[in-house]
Structures are given as structure tokens and as C-alpha cells.
Design a protein around this ligand. Structure first.
Ligand SMILES: Cc1cc2nc3c(=O)[nH]c(=O)nc-3n(C[C@H](O)[C@H](O)[C@H](O)COP(=O)(O)O)c2cc1C
Length: 223
């Protein structure tokens, strides 16, 4: 079966006024609009999705990153409803992006704001080699162009769902992860889930709030 190549634009992210010049923590990058992929049917992307561990050194486009983040956690309806379902519509999962090789985005650790479709720089610098160490030296982590870290804030989940909170958070992470993978497949990118890592070391490496727990790591890159 001949798989059509997806169309990728090279639109640059729009920096806020403060983001011009050297990047500093707190700066915001407005991402380009996600585009509808007319050439990828659901059946095609389901067939095409495969875990990739061999990423090339080529960067991915910021348009592709915007598309991946939107697929994972984009807001698609009034009231903040998203591409992935969420128990009680609590949306307890926060998204962070580790950027290594993305055209138009400095390497660093960002949080994703799905309401504004923007990235906020939390820490500048390439974290991929150290991230690979946290993930038991998995080479694919060091080779990927970017990684989505999902972390959970349990506060409201525990109030609403008690002892079921953890299970519900894990289930929701799986939905988000599959959206990431299917979007990567639609864009012709490689992706993989990474579950083998040390949570304590992850929290020491990446500055997520103390009341959040890192749950799931999803890689993407060219293959
Ligand atoms: C929750 C989860 C965690 C995973 N963690 C890793 C991992 O740490 N390293 C890795 O190489 N693959 C990891 N994988 C990928 C699986 O090895 C892969 O999905 C499996 O081999 C089936 O291949 P496929 O995804 O191409 O169908 C993980 C998959 C899932 C769902």
C-alpha cells in the first residue's frame, strides 16, 4: 500500500514581545495553528503507527510540534473539553515539552498551555542526554527531537474520585499518548512511549511543581 506523505509547512512560532532576543525562563512562544491533515485517514494512521527507536538527527518543524501537542491535549469545545477524554472533565494532566531539535524553538524545557496554544520556557538548554540517563540510558531518548512529559496533579482528582484517582489518571495518560502517536503517524514522524525511568531522578532533572507526579514520556522525531 502506498502511504501518502503528509504536507508540512515551515511556519515559525510567533514570539511574544518579551521573547525576542535571548530566551529567558517565563517567555512564551505562541505556536502556529494546527492544520487539518486531509491526507491521513484514521485507518491509515492506525496501520502506520509503530514504535520508533531509530530517530534521525534532522530537526522537526515547529508546525509539527504544534500539531502533536494539539492532538495530545488540544481544546476542541467550549468549557475546555479536549481531544482526549478526562474522567469528570477534571483534566488533571499537565503537559511539558523537552525540546532538543525543533526548528524555531530553542532547546529547553517548556510547559504547554492548551488554552493559548503556547509554550512557556521553564528552563533553557538541551536536556536530552540527561533525560536519556534518567530513562536507564535508552538511546532513543537521546536521539529524539522532542519529548512530551505528562505529569499529574492529583489534588482535585483525589477529592472527587478518592482511591480511584491514580487509576483514572493512568487511563487518561494512555488516551493522550495514543493521540500523540496517531498524530505522529499522520505527520510521517516516528514516536514511542517511554515508561522505563526513575521518577525521583526525573523530578530532579525537570522542574515540574512539587505537587505533580511525572506519569508518562512520549518521544517524537524524524525517522
Ligand atoms: C506504557 C508503555 C511504556 C513503554 N515503555 C517503553 C520504554 O521504556 N522503552 C521502549 O523502548 N519501549 C517502550 N514502550 C514501547 C513498547 O515496547 C512497544 O509499544 C511494543 O514493543 C509494541 O510495539 P508497537 O508499539 O510498535 O506496536 C512502551 C509502551 C507502553 C505502552
Amino acid at each position: 500500500m502506498k502511504v501518502p506523505e503528509p504536507q508540512v509547512t515551515s511556519a515559525a512560532p510567533r514570539m511574544t514581545r518579551a521573547a525576542k532576543g535571548a530566551p529567558v525562563p517565563g517567555q512564551r512562544w505562541k505556536l502556529p495553528e494546527p492544520k487539518a491533515a486531509r491526507d491521513a485517514t484514521l485507518r491509515l494512521v492506525l496501520e502506520r503507527r509503530r514504535s520508533t527507536r531509530d530517530f534521525t538527527a534532522e530537526p522537526v518543524a515547529v508546525q509539527q510540534v504544534s500539531q502533536l501537542l494539539w492532538a495530545a491535549q488540544g481544546i476542541t469545545a467550549p468549557g475546555g473539553l479536549r481531544t482526549a477524554p478526562s474522567a469528570g472533565a477534571v483534566h488533571p494532566i499537565k503537559s511539558y515539552l523537552v525540546v532538543s531539535r525543533v526548528d524555531g524553538l530553542p532547546p529547553g524545557f517548556y510547559s504547554y498551555d492548551p488554552e493559548d496554544r503556547s509554550l512557556i520556557l521553564l528552563q533553557e538548554g538541551d536536556r536530552q542526554e540527561l533525560l536519556s540517563k534518567v530513562c536507564m540510558d535508552q538511546q532513543c531518548v537521546a536521539d529524539s527531537a522532542c519529548a512530551l512529559l505528562l505529569s499529574a496533579w492529583y489534588g482535585r482528582m483525589r477529592r472527587e474520585f478518592g482511591g480511584a484517582a491514580e487509576k483514572l489518571v493512568f487511563l487518561e495518560s494512555g488516551h493522550i499518548g495514543q493521540n500523540w502517536h496517531l498524530q505522529a503517524a499522520a505527520l510521517g514522524l516516528g514516536s514511542i512511549s517511554i515508561g522505563k525511568w526513575d521518577a525521583t531522578a526525573m523530578k530532579m532533572l525537570l522542574p515540574i511543581p512539587r505537587d505533580e507526579e511525572p506519569i508518562y514520556l512520549l518521544l517524537a522525531g524524524r525517522r
